[in-house]
Every structure is written in C-alpha cells, then in structure tokens.
Design a protein around this ligand. Structure first.
Ligand SMILES: NC(=O)c1ccc[n+]([C@@H]2O[C@H](COP(=O)([O-])OP(=O)(O)OC[C@H]3O[C@@H](n4cnc5c(N)ncnc54)[C@H](O)[C@@H]3O)[C@@H](O)[C@H]2O)c1
Length: 271
C-alpha cells in the first residue's frame, strides 16, 4: 500500500549515506524523504558508486550523488563542503552504513581477525563520529536538525552469528549519546539511532543463517518484523519537526521484539 504524503519534510535539506540498491534501508528512506518534500545529497563509498545503481535513485529523487568513504575525513570534508555550497545549512543526516570483514569472510567470533575488526569498527561505528565531526566543524546543521544512524539489538543482547557487528553497534549507540550531548547543548540538534528488525538487504543477508533468523524474529514480534519501508517512515518522522525533543536515544523499530520474552507462535514449537 502506498503511504500518503504529508509534506512533513517540506523545505528540509540533508545528506543520506548508504543507499546501495533498492533493498537498502537508505534507498527506501530517500524515496520517502523525497515524497515528503526533502532535498538531499546521496552519498556512498566510491566502490559502491561504481555499481551505478545509485544514479537511478538520484534521478528519481532529483538528487546529486557525491562519493565519500565514510572512514576518510578528507572525503567527508569535501562532501560537506559541497553540501554547504549547495544548501548553505542542512537539516538532517542519515548514516545507514555497516560492514564487517569478519562477517563477510565467515570468521567465527572466537577466531576474530583484529585487522578486520578494526576496519569494520571504523566503517560501522567510528564513521558516525567522523560524519558528525565533519558536520560540526562546518557548523552546517540548522537548529532543531536531526542526525540518525541505524543499529541492531545485538548491541544489547547476544546474537552469535552477528559477530563483531554486535560490538560495533554497541559503540555506535555510545557515540550517539556522547556526541548527542554536545549537539543538543551547543547546537539544538538531536542525535539518535533506530534499532531495526532484521531486514533482507545486502548487509543483512551477509549474516550467517539470516533467513531462518528473519523468520524467528518475525514470529517473536507481536507486530511482525518492521520492513525497510516501515523504517523509512520512522526515519521521516525523526527528521520531521514532530520529534524535536527526542535525542540520545536508541529507538526500537522492531514490532515489539525487544520486549517480548517469548511469543505463543515460538513456544508452540516446543510443545
Ligand atoms: N539489514 C538488517 O537486517 C539491519 C538490521 C538493523 C540495522 N541495520 C543497519 O542498517 C544500515 C544499512 O544497512 P542495510 O541493511 O540497508 O544494507 P546495505 O548493504 O544496503 O547498506 C550498507 C551500506 O553501507 C555502505 N558502506 C560500506 N562501507 C562504506 C564506507 N567505507 N563508506 C561509506 N559507505 C559504506 C555500503 O556501500 C552500503 O550502501 C547498517 O548500519 C546496518 O547495520 C541493518
């Protein structure tokens, strides 16, 4: 069903990181933000841009694409220079970036390669600090702007196959609180993470046993898994003026999974 447009982001400008293909959470978010009247720059790592998919989204949403490796302060500074040139100030940033080399290579948590850990940590967690630092130094955010990243409940609870991404997400959520404090106090800008249900995207499907896990989460959640489209709607609300005082939070968009001990559907399998 098509979601109605309410003009919630009319006149707002921003940067959306991490749309890889049409399954990406950031892709759906960009489509919804566009429908709600926002203008934005789309950014992704140079290697992702080479796929060419992002140009389709850029065309559809009337956006410019600017490549940046989110671990490179140099790339990020150039991106924010471009955003400043184009918009002056901006109102929102979506960080929808994650990657673990240990997960990709199927290396067990107990056998972790620490160079791979460092790389994944930089891409999945520290890059959020770097993005906010680049924005901070440019003083590019309008008052009452909104900065968001995406997280997963493995930051709070153990999910064996999520590997070092669990630790990266815990760090990401901590950065959200630590930097969020200063953004709030000095700039009246809010910083949050949305903790999303398992979602069949390129990053999601890289996790071992993903399809069984997706089904398990769905059956455990009273409202069922939140889809990428559900997440896009939540992102719109977090970028809108309706959520001005929500900050330094990890917000679950998970159909009730995080506070369900067991569902009847799952329990029935054991009777
Ligand atoms: N899919 C899920 O089950 C799920 C659940 C909860 C949270 N998340 C989070 O949602 C976010 C988006 O992931 P997704 O599921 O849409 O998958 P995705 O694979 O579509 O998106 C991940 C993005 O990260 C980008 N990226 C990787 N390295 C980068 C770098 N060095 N610089 C800039 N960008 C880089 C990729 O190019 C890609 O666009 C991630 O933070 C992910 O951990 C996903």
């Amino acid at each position: 069903m098509k979601t109605m447009s309410y003009g919630l982001l009319k006149g707002k400008k921003g940067i959306i990181f991490g749309a890889l293909d049409e399954k990406s959470i950031a892709w759906k978010a960009a489509e919804r933000c566009h429908e709600e009247g926002a203008e934005f720059i789309l950014s992704n790592a140079p290697v992702a841009l080479r796929m060419g998919e992002l140009n389709k989204l850029a065309e559809k949403t009337g956006s410019e694409v600017v490549g940046a490796d989110a671990t490179s302060m140099e790339d990020l500074t150039a991106l924010f220079d471009r955003a400043q040139e184009k918009y002056g100030k901006i109102d929102f940033i979506l960080h929808s970036i994650g990657m673990s080399v240990n997960v990709r290579k199927g290396i067990h948590y107990t056998e972790m390669d620490y160079n791979f850990l460092n790389k994944g940590w930089d891409i999945s967690a520290v890059s959020f600090h770097k993005v906010m630092k680049a924005a901070w130094d440019k003083d590019i955010m309008n008052e009452w702007g909104s900065i968001l990243a995406l997280s997963y409940i493995a930051a709070q609870r153990s999910f064996p196959d999520y590997n070092d991404m669990a630790d990266n997400k815990a760090y990401l959520e901590s950065i959200t609180r630590s930097f969020g404090y200063f953004w709030g106090k000095d700039k009246n800008v809010r910083v949050n993470t949305i903790s999303q249900s398992p979602t069949p995207t390129t990053a999601g499907q890289g996790v071992k046993g993903f399809s069984g896990f997706l089904k398990f989460a769905d059956e455990m959640s009273p409202l069922g898994n939140a889809t990428a489209d559900d997440c896009a709607n939540y992102i719109v609300s977090m970028f809108s003026d309706l959520t001005k005082k929500v900050t330094m939070q990890n917000l679950f968009n998970d159909g009730g999974y995080s506070t369900t001990g067991v569902s009847e559907k799952v329990a029935e399998r054991f009777t």
